[in-house]
Design a protein around this ligand. Structure first.
Ligand code: ADP
Ligand code: ZN
Length: 517
């Protein structure tokens, strides 16, 4: 549903659906009765808010949580969506404003506390306005045996029948008994379209690698999988063309795809990918929405995706047939800098920017994880899993060390130079390298000068990257990417917290010295 994807971006500011959301949105928007069981924090509200915008008339949202309703109404209004709530927490003016908006036919979402359903005034109103969907949050409240039983929830089934509109029920409680009771009481025993799927895709092998020489790394990955269909995602249009060219030079079947191409050329590329066996598409994120090819055997990222949601969605295009599929995501300090600056320089309001940074942090946490990637990924989406045995970290646990001292030295170098410098110069200071810049600034007389000689430069680069991955430091857009310390680093600096790091080394300098082909 391209329209849904556009609204997701434009209204909600998200770059991808979370696991499960896409299918649920589609079912709800098309008017099916649905029951979705999603973990807390999984992103349920979007599953009725977005369909509300796709449908005519008003979506009535019933929720027992007044504070949550008010938050959602405020967030929706900020995003330009007409929404209102009728709850016991309302002032008289607020209630009047909601009624006026309803009478004028302006409201898209009406949040309703369940006890309102007991009032005949509210029921009359619901019959008068054009209700097109009922969404029930915390649907397990209908269960008489549960802790959260709300007698007023028992009126919802009646309302659905009286209004004769589709109903979408959401809950995080998955036990069978509760589900059966929801079906009985809200759907009069007719089984709705039900979404209860783990988010895990166990056949997809997860792997990340530090970016040393991306073209070489992608080439090696693709060559080892010669003859298989795969997707390489790139951060820029130009890179899709250059990597596709490199793959072809290596004798692989590859085409590029990006949003700057003519619609006809894009459709032709999609069709070719769909039909050919063993073709590689090198693409920007513009590729994939309309593609339904079950036997994509691998997905590689030459650049870090935007968020953990985008990552999940993009790797999720591999192995839809259930057969083993592989992934590789490259990431480096430049990716982090780029993604941070895209957020900072974007037009989003400060609140949304903070959320975007948090989602980027989640992805970086996954990239720098020291134990099972799947455990880390699923935890973010509210699920648990044991060590999966199908990720690079389960295959080969990384060598780690207590990085607390190293991080404190790096932070001290940053603070002593007043957060005015990037990693290169800071590493020169730490390793006691006397460059012109070091001498000119007198940095060879800093107490931190030369205190980090136990690590080589490449190792320090890996430490700085991991510090960025843990959001201990960030590049400052106003100071040409000079690194500054975040609040998250303070406990480590003070010696109140420790950190383990991966023993890792960035060898970009060496790779770049290779003569250009
Ligand atoms: P719950 O399932 O607990 O009701 P919410 O709907 O409140 O969860 O969503 C939890 C968080 O996830 C919110 O902060 C929301 O902004 C965020 N979120 C929801 N969908 C997405 C998405 N597609 N991409 C990124 N963040 C999302
Ligand atoms: Zn694992």
């Amino acid at each position: 549903m391209p329209e849904a994807e556009a609204l997701l971006r434009e209204v909600f500011g998200f770059d991808a659906f979370r696991p499960g959301q896409g299918e649920i949105v589609e079912a709800v928007a098309s008017g099916q009765n649905t029951l979705a069981i999603m973990p807390t924090g999984g992103g349920k509200s979007l599953c009725y808010q977005l369909p509300a915008l796709l449908r005519h008339g008003v979506t009535v949202v019933i929720s027992p949580l007044i504070a949550l309703m008010r938050d959602q109404v405020r967030a929706l209004r900020e995003a330009g969506v007409e929404a209102g709530a009728l709850t016991s927490g309302n002032t008289e003016e607020e209630t009047d404003a909601v009624w006026a908006a309803l009478d004028a036919g302006r409201l898209k979402l009406l949040y309703l506390a369940p006890e309102r359903l007991a009032s005949s005034g509210a029921r009359d109103m619901l019959h008068r306005i054009n209700v097109s969907l009922i969404a029930v949050d915390e649907a397990h409240c209908v269960s008489q045996w549960g802790h959260d039983f709300r007698p007023d929830y028992l009126r919802i089934g009646e309302l659905r029948e009286a209004l004769d509109v589709p109903l979408a029920a959401f809950t995080a409680t998955a036990d069978e008994e509760t589900r059966a009771e929801i079906v009985r009481r809200l759907f009069d025993g007719q089984q709705p379209q039900t979404f209860l799927r783990g988010f895990d895709r166990p056949n997809i092998h997860l792997a990340f690698a530090a970016k040393n020489s991306p073209r070489r790394q992608i080439l090696d990955f693709a060559t080892a999988r010669r003859g298989q269909s795969g997707i390489v995602y790139c951060g820029t249009r130009a890179r899709t063309e250059s990597i596709a060219g490199a793959l072809r030079e290596a004798g692989l079947a590859a085409i590029h795809y990006h949003g700057g191409m003519e619609p006809d050329a894009r459709r032709a590329a999609e069709l070719q990918f769909q039909q050919d066996d063993g073709l590689i598409v090198v693409a920007t994120v513009a590729f994939g929405m309309g593609v339904d090819k079950p036997d994509i055997r691998w997905v590689a990222h030459s650049d870090l995706p935007k968020s953990i949601e985008a990552y999940y969605q993009e790797i999720g295009r591999a192995g839809r047939d259930g057969a083993p599929a592989e992934t590789l995501t490259l990431f480096g300090p430049d990716d982090i800098r780029l993604r941070r600056s895209q957020i900072d320089e974007g037009l989003a309001p400060p609140e949304r920017r903070a959320a975007d940074h948090a989602r980027l942090n989640a992805l970086l946490g996954l990239a720098e994880a020291l134990e099972c990637r799947r455990t880390t990924l699923l935890k973010y989406f509210g699920e648990t899993c044991e060590s999966c045995g199908n990720c690079d970290l389960c295959d080969r646990p990384p060598e780690t060390f207590d990085g607390t001292e190293a991080v404190r030295k790096a932070l001290s170098a940053i603070l002593r130079t007043e957060e005015w410098f990037g990693a290169g110069h800071l590493i020169d200071i730490l390793t006691g390298t006397v460059t012109d810049k070091v001498r000119e600034r007198g940095h060879d007389s800093l107490p931190t000068f030369g205190v980090g000689q136990e690590f080589k430069k490449g190792e320090w680069q890996a430490i700085f990257r991991q510090m960025q991955g843990h959001d201990l430091i960030r590049p400052n857009g106003d100071r040409h990417g000079a690194l500054f310390m975040t609040e998250a680093a303070r406990p480590i600096l003070r010696g109140e917290d420790t950190i383990r790091l991966r023993r890792d080394s960035i060898t970009a300098a060496k790779a770049n010295r290779r003569p250009a082909a």
